[in-house]
Design a protein around this ligand. Structure first.
Ligand code: ADP
Ligand code: MG
Length: 599
């Protein structure tokens, strides 16, 4: 038997290792920005071409590197930030694994220019496939400029996996924001295809938040500030009225490192408790600082997840600190209490519902029997669509005599009745149906929008008073990408300067007014889908607009509207549920009703 295990050649091993650290242009952006911060720079510039696919360049005025260090920096596990195992428990820098530059050099072409203050000349380094092609002295500014070019030029399969430019640019902006938010005392700028997208002057955290997230937060931030021996918390939360439908504007940093933590997010949400509607998310930018020995940052390739020595204490502190801040700002004194490190806190520790508890609750049979109800409905009806077309035949009119969307003679409407401004009762040949007007309309719109995408654009009515809307950079990038599809779907929106848009027209059969808030809701809803599920861009858009355009529960309908709604629903390909699977109607057989009444 011959042995079959072989060592991978270095360049292949490097490419594989790189995959964990550098997945897309945004990963390089994060690593390079963090290196600039670690180098003590106070001016950091990010320059991007072609959403980073062609070029990611970070220029800093930090301490630079010697000629030897410049070369060393691209070796795997080469770092100036830790020397021995003990240092691992004292990490205050963003990097420490010495992997980023090695990873970048394995999957892209690299150009490095660097110079220390104390040196006469700088060093130029050109690399590809982890190999140094050129190393020579060069005239350079103090500091470092690293360019990553043609990402994945040597790993075409990975290159093909990159998303559209707009999507990759969004990831880049996310990473840029996460670093820039954590260091308001440093200047940051970002330029994309020659256009400056961010120009963030040094300032306070509050100024930085407003610069990044938009002016609408300027008078709406509540300061969070608690200091204890164990940890400090500082930062801001948005006043409850700024809560949004998406979790976009939520930033949590631990020792200045952006992290994702569902557990601590829960702590903040818990502190807001009754102050915001369900399904909405408050803005926050919170900074937890504690002894690095209490942390393990080394549990995740990109360090976005960390382990706390004692997570429950951190949870309790975060929750109390936010509650305290909110109580101080709010007029009602009921929430007021002092934060002390006593037993009071430990009590709070036992209260929060852990994720595990939540999971076990949702796997219980009770929970399942609840949620399966909808599914049963969904599957059952879906399997015999024809059957239910038959069911809906208004008793008073023959099927063929119902021209859709046209009013019927008044006497044929007697079988339609609106209840609670939400439901429509429809008499059928064999019983009755209860339509949910909003769910039903959502389905109608969804299919109409599907048709629009496949070639029947929706008629647009020009707005009488076109409204303009100013967006954050991230939202503007997102909207820009959606404009062509939106137009087909009945929303005519034109860019108006860098971050502003004008809404010129909406679908012809929507009522004018409130266009601005409609557009805001569309963006929020779209982001909501982006966070929650993996749909294609178009699918997300269809679902978003279907939700937005649908008449809401609580709207009084005329007879004509009820008739048109009912007819249109049953012309749908899948009339029985919303795109999300909620029932649009419930049917009751007269026979069964009779039985129930002992007849
Ligand atoms: P890490 O940041 O984990 O140490 P990197 O691969 O990102 O690993 O960088 C390797 C080393 O290169 C760093 O430890 C640092 O000494 C040096 N370095 C990287 N970027 C810069 C920079 N912009 N300015 C100065 N030194 C840098
Ligand atoms: Mg680094």
């Amino acid at each position: 038997m011959t042995d079959i295990i072989q060592l991978l050649p270095d360049n292949i091993a490097n490419q594989i290792a790189a995959g964990e650290v550098i997945q897309r242009p945004a990963s390089a952006v994060k690593e390079l920005l963090e290196n600039a911060v670690d180098a003590g720079a106070d001016e950091i510039r990010l320059i991007i071409t072609d959403a980073g696919k062609q070029l990611v360049n970070v220029v800093d005025n930090g301490k630079g590197m010697s000629e030897t260090d410049a070369r060393m920096s691209f070796e795997r596990h080469a770092t100036s930030k830790i020397r021995n195992i003990d240092d691992l428990f004292r990490i205050r820098t963003m990097g420490f694994r010495g992997e980023a530059l090695a990873s970048i050099a394995a999957v892209a072409e690299v150009e490095l220019k660097t110079k220390r203050k104390e040196d006469e000349t700088g060093t130029l380094l050109l690399m590809d496939n982890s190999i140094v092609r050129v190393q020579e002295p060069v005239a350079a500014q103090d500091g470092t400029s690293i360019s990553m070019k043609n990402l994945f030029f040597n790993v075409p399969a990975r290159r093909n996996f990159l998303k559209s430019n707009a999507a990759e640019l969004r990831h880049i902006i996310d990473e840029f924001i996460r670093v820039a938010m954590a260091f308001p005392e440093l200047f940051f700028s970002m330029q994309s295809n020659g256009q400056e997208v961010f120009h963030l002057e040094k300032g306070s955290l509050k100024q930085r938040i407003v610069q990044i997230l938009g002016n609408n937060y300027s008078a709406k931030l509540v300061s969070v500030q608690e200091q204890t021996d164990y940890l400090n918390i500082s930062g801001f939360v948005g006043k409850p009225e700024t809560a949004k439908k998406t979790r976009g504007d939520q930033y949590l940093f631990v020792n200045n490192r952006f992290i994702k933590s569902a557990y601590l997010n829960h702590a903040v949400m818990n502190a807001f408790n009754e102050m915001i509607p369900r399904d909405s998310y408050p803005m926050y930018a919170l900074f937890i600082d504690l002894d690095p020995a209490q942390l393990d940052i080394n549990v995740h390739p990109t360090k976005q997840e960390i382990k706390f020595e004692d997570e429950k204490i951190v949870y309790a502190f975060v929750q109390s600190a936010v509650k305290h801040a909110l109580a101080q700002f709010s007029i009602t004194p009921t929430l007021d209490f002092e934060l002390d490190a006593g037993i009071q806190q430990m009590d709070a520790v036992s209260k929060p519902v852990s994720i595990q508890q939540k999971n076990s609750a949702s796997s219980s049979t009770l929970f399942q029997s609840f949620s399966q109800k909808h599914q049963a409905h969904f599957i059952e009806k879906r399997s015999d669509l024809k059957h239910w077309k038959d069911m809906y035949e208004p008793a008073t009119v023959p099927d063929t005599a119902i021209p859709s969307l046209l009013p019927l003679p008044v006497e044929t409407h007697t079988a339609l009745q609106q209840l609670h401004q939400s439901y429509i009762v429809v008499q059928t040949q064999t019983g009755l149906m209860l339509l949910h007007q909003q769910n039903a309309h959502e389905r109608i719109w969804y299919e109409k929008l599907q048709e629009a995408i496949s070639g029947k654009p929706i008629a647009i009515q020009q707005s009488l008073f076109p409204v303009s809307i100013e967006l954050s950079v991230a939202d503007a990038v997102m909207l820009e990408e959606l404009l062509p599809d939106l137009k087909v779907l009945g929303y005519q929106i034109e860019p108006f300067g860098k971050q502003a848009f004008v809404l010129q027209g909406i679908p012809a059969d929507l009522i004018q007014g409130n266009e601005k808030s409609a557009l805001e809701k569309i963006l929020e809803q779209y982001k909501h889908f982006t966070n929650e599920v993996k749909f294609s861009r178009r699918e997300k858009l269809l679902r978003t607009l279907a939700l937005q355009n649908a008449i809401k529960a609580g709207t009084i309908l005329s007879l004509k509207e009820m008739q048109s709604l009912t007819d249109s629903l049953f012309e749908c390909a899948i009339p029985n549920t919303t795109p999300n699977g909620k029932p649009t109607y419930l049917a009751f057989q007269k026979e069964e009703l009779d039985k129930m009444f002992g007849r």
